[in-house]
Design a protein around this ligand. Structure first.
Ligand code: G1P
Length: 291
């Protein structure tokens, strides 16, 4: 199987659920503890061997470009103050020059449309898609787990997990045929079905490894659930022609597009940190314990 080298990161969304915080700041720059959501996604992608990052941005997202650029004033200040550890940290997460590209989604026409906007940077090879809102805490980064499984299987692969039935209308849902360990074979996919209509409760989480055929399907610009061009529909149309696998990843996923999920991620990531775990446990104890 060809090595997965490229990743698309759709970051064009308005983030209305986090207003007023997101009025002048991209939602992907909201920090979990001290790191922006988008940086978690980029680090996960790098850990999976991704070498080219294509951001699909929109108006008001320049802070993301600045974040992945050198900041000479900051670097000089840190250097002159002898803060070398901080300086190294500030530089280490940046992909090397030329490995990041930006394109704009000019209209909010859906996730499928956002991915399609990056088609010319992909060409004819498999690629990953990461949605920064889905933050995954795992021993081995989620995309790396998928890249390993994909090396054997090829085709299209999506991260999946079970959700409560009353939440199916927030996700792409698999019409499951059979399960084999972490792998799930599906005969169809439905975007945001109501709980009554959902073929299962196994939902797509924002990590994908896709074949260029999905981009060709997106060329049709077909409108789906919510009046948007859906990535789920384009993948569904390739089932039968290309292998399709859901991958039950190891790890815990936090929905950082939702306020409660965002808060939970903040607590979980702070608890897991050597420098903050104890302080966080004290905070929880002082506030009535973690129930
Ligand atoms: C998108 C996808 C959906 C997927 C979800 C995962 O929805 O369209 O299939 O289950 O991400 O977070 P969105 O959250 O953009 O509405």
């Amino acid at each position: 199987m060809p090595h997965v080298k490229k990743a698309i990161l759709p970051v064009g969304g308005l983030g209305t659920r986090f207003l007023p915080a997101t009025k002048a700041m991209p939602k992907e720059m909201l920090p979990i503890v001290d790191k922006p959501l988008i940086q978690y996604a980029v680090e996960e992608a790098r850990a999976a061997g991704i070498e080219e990052f294509i951001f699909v941005t929109g108006r008001g997202k320049t802070a993301i470009e600045d974040h992945f650029d050198r900041s000479w004033e900051l670097e000089q200040t840190l250097q002159s103050r002898g803060k070398t550890a901080l300086l190294e940290q500030a530089l280490a997460f940046m992909p090397p020059p030329g490995q990041i590209a930006y394109t704009r989604q000019q209209e909010p026409l859906g996730l499928g449309h956002a991915v399609w906007c990056a088609r010319h940077s992909i060409g004819n090879e498999p690629f990953a898609v990461l949605l920064a809102d889905d933050l995954i805490q795992a021993e081995s980064p989620c995309l790396a787990q998928m890249v390993d499984a994909h090396a054997e299987l090829g085709g299209n692969m999506v991260a999946v997990m079970d959700v409560p039935r009353d939440e199916t209308q927030r996700y792409g849902i698999l019409d499951v045929v059979e399960e084999d360990g972490r792998l799930v074979r599906a005969k169809g996919l439905v975007e945001k079905p109501s709980p009554e209509d959902a073929p299962s409760t196994l939902s797509i989480i924002g990590r994908y490894i896709l074949q260029p055929e999905v981009l060709q399907e997106l060329d049709r610009q077909e409108v789906g659930a919510g009046g948007e061009i859906q990535l789920t529909d384009a993948m569904a149309r390739t089932i039968g022609r290309l292998p399709f696998n859901g991958y039950r990843f190891e790890g815990r996923r936090y929905d950082c597009g939702d306020k409660a999920g965002f808060l939970e991620a903040t607590v979980a990531f702070a608890l897991a940190r050597d420098d903050l775990g104890e302080a966080m446990r004290d905070i929880i104890a002082r506030n009535g314990g973690a129930s």
